[in-house]
Design a protein around this ligand. Structure first.
Ligand code: AP5
Length: 264
């Protein structure tokens, strides 16, 4: 079954707490787990972090906490603060959002990091300063990371994934025009809305994002390697093949629950 649909069918939390900084509770509230997975996802833009996060969350029963999703959610709101408006303009150009704003955005969502269902943090940290801020936030909460999973792929394949990406503006499902097409061209399988291309998937923004990844985010790999947390996963092949590879690698490091049986 398509993991995006599987999550919908199994009543995965709607992440309201993450989108509203705790003003609205998630529905359903994730049940506590004895060993909740606490993982960060690293890797270049378009390598497939979001695609893998959906599958990993379904398997690990954890929540997908994406800073990019928070910014895109804010883009649809009318009452944006000037700081948030500036952040959205940075995102459209492919630039990184100001450190203070993004660190504050995560700090005010610390309740989601404490969630007893666990989390997959995607898009944060992206710089050494953000990694140090996250270390501090987690230390204050008394929480330890289990792993930093880095997906890796040659640049030409990444650019192909980004330029073919289409997203649903309503229910946020992600597609690719050839690798993961919807049943009807240009229409979301989940809700029937017309699919769109992300503004930052234009060639000029992709170039900015790749350069920033090399300069700002790649040095983080050393940070997590030194902490004994770095797990590298080759992101070639189909999404399901990559998922199995990621699970096999993670099983050496954390307690991975058995897959949820498909409904009869
Ligand atoms: P964010 O949303 O985090 O974007 P990103 O890191 O650039 O990653 P993407 O969402 O573009 O790609 P992905 O790796 O999730 O790939 P996906 O699964 O969609 O951040 C966006 C912006 O927000 C940043 O540029 C910045 O401005 C700002 N921001 C966020 N956090 C920040 C921070 N901490 N500090 C400062 N600024 C911040 O897959 C891509 C495509 O490939 C899809 O079409 C998919 O269908 C397809 N695909 C996936 N897997 C496969 C496969 N195996 N085979 C073929 N196609 C595949």
């Amino acid at each position: 079954m398509d993991p995006q649909r599987e999550i919908q069918m199994h009543g995965h939390p709607n992440r309201a707490g993450w989108f509203t900084a705790g003003k609205v509770e998630c529905d359903p509230i994730p049940p506590p787990r004895e060993h909740p997975a606490r993982i960060i996802l690293l890797g270049p833009p378009g390598v497939g972090k979001g695609t893998q996060a959906v599958r990993l969350c379904a398997r690990l029963r954890a929540c997908h906490l994406s800073t990019g999703d928070v910014l895109r959610h804010a883009q649809c709101q009318h009452d944006r603060s000037p700081a948030m408006q500036a952040a959205i303009e940075c995102m459209t150009r492919g630039e990184l959002v100001a450190e203070e704003l993004i660190i504050e955005l995560v700090r005010e969502r610390a309740g989601c990091l404490r969630c007893q269902g666990g989390f997959l943090l995607d898009g944060f940290p992206r710089t050494l300063r953000q990694a140090q801020a996250l270390d501090q936030i987690l230390a204050d909460l008394g929480i330890q990371l289990d792993a930093a999973v880095c997906f890796e792929l040659p640049l030409d394949q990444i650019v192909d994934r980004l330029s073919g990406r289409r997203v649903c503006p309503k229910c946020r499902l992600t597609y690719h025009v050839t690798a993961q097409p919807p049943s009807a061209a240009g229409i979301c399988d989940g809700c029937g809305a017309a699919l769109e291309q992300r503004a930052d998937d234009r060639p000029e923004s992709i170039a900015v994002r790749m350069k920033l990844y090399e300069e700002e985010t790649q040095p983080l790999l050393q940070h997590y390697e030194r902490a004994g947390l770095l797990v590298r996963v080759m992101a070639s092949g189909s999404p399901d093949e990559i998922h199995l590879r990621a699970i096999e690698t993670l099983q050496r490091q954390i307690d991975v629950p058995a897959p949820i049986a498909a409904p009869a």
